[in-house]
Design a protein around this ligand. Sequence first.
Ligand code: FAD
Length: 377
Amino acid sequence: MADVAVVGAGLIGLGVAYELAKRDVAVTVFDRDEPARAASWAGAGMLAPFSEELPDAAMLALCRESLAMYPVFVEDVRERSGVDARLRRDGTLHIALDDARLADLAVHAEMYRRNGGEVTMLGRGDVLAREPLLAKDLAGAVFVANEAQVDNRRLGRALLAACESLGVRFKRVADIALDCDARRVRGLRTQHGFTPVGTVVNAAGAWAGELDGVPDDVRIPVRPVAGEMLAIALPRKAMRALVWLGHRYLVPRDDGRLLVGATAVERDFDARVTTAGLHDLLDAALAVAPALAGFAVVETWAGLRPGTPDGRPYLGATALEGYVVAAGHFRNGILLAPITARLIADLVVDGRDAALGPFAATRTAAGPRSMVANEIA
Ligand SMILES: Cc1cc2nc3c(=O)[nH]c(=O)nc-3n(C[C@H](O)[C@H](O)[C@H](O)COP(=O)(O)OP(=O)(O)OC[C@H]3O[C@@H](n4cnc5c(N)ncnc54)[C@H](O)[C@@H]3O)c2cc1C
């Protein structure tokens, strides 16, 4: 019998299962779909805690700590799975196409620096020397050197294989419901019957607030925020850094694809790719890099980010004994996978929850914010 059941096999659920299994906990992961698809497959894989302009200092600290864990995390998972998730530390370029935007970016650069970013202002010549495909008449850029990217689809495959090598069991279920009494979790109910289990971790991403059987007073208010993306075929190494133009970005992968992302639309659980979404993405891509006009679009897709009212995830125990949540990572769930795995395993295995305060499931939506990380937006 499992000691712990995890609902949701995205990067969050897989990371938690992996960390628990490394600590000799028997884990079963339940998903109604293929593991490591959903948002964890759809994301861009940027590990960019400074550029993201996070909502507060607690979130910034969590994201920075997770970024610091990434090299060891990826290497450890690679050793167990044989799959390299291709962590790349090529930094982020924020492009200004005109002088007014460059002045605005300089203000943002100060904030990135105060938050721990290694920031440089670059003139047109320096930007084009680094990235020759960008617009020849751009005004300049802010470069954040200590940001990275990971191939999140490869990371999903790697984590899945690493979990399997550690004995984690996976169950594909059509329907799943938490079973509990007034005080504590008793197990999970699926179409196959009842599975008794003392601890259930809800890692169901954008659907985490919808899990059947969860009493209303411990439900977390997670909502879906759709994001559309596309990929352009581009020769490998034709572009290196993450390139941002306002809220749109280019992510060059090692596999010959340049990802262009992402829209942010609230329209319930609708993950279609729309013509308006593609238009918006291509507009931004061609503005920042007109040379892309001749290349082929090779893929389009969309996913649902798990949004929360205050922009922080819900991590930790709830008032229902045995019911633990790890969901609501919004735009940063790939970045936050390693630290989430560690914190939830610390809680489940050792009862440690010291670091979880600002992310507690019991906080109110309008709860107190710590020192403000983003003083501009
Ligand atoms: C377009 C886009 C771009 C993004 N870019 C980045 C980025 O650059 N960097 C970054 O850090 N983050 C990024 N994100 C955010 C990141 O992808 C998410 O925060 C993260 O993947 C959430 O992981 P998860 O495991 O919580 O959810 P998911 O990956 O969505 O997994 C949830 C799983 O739960 C399962 N599930 C749900 N309900 C049930 C149920 N009732 N029973 C059984 N199974 C269930 C689903 O089938 C799914 O497999 C992006 C997201 C999108 C959409």
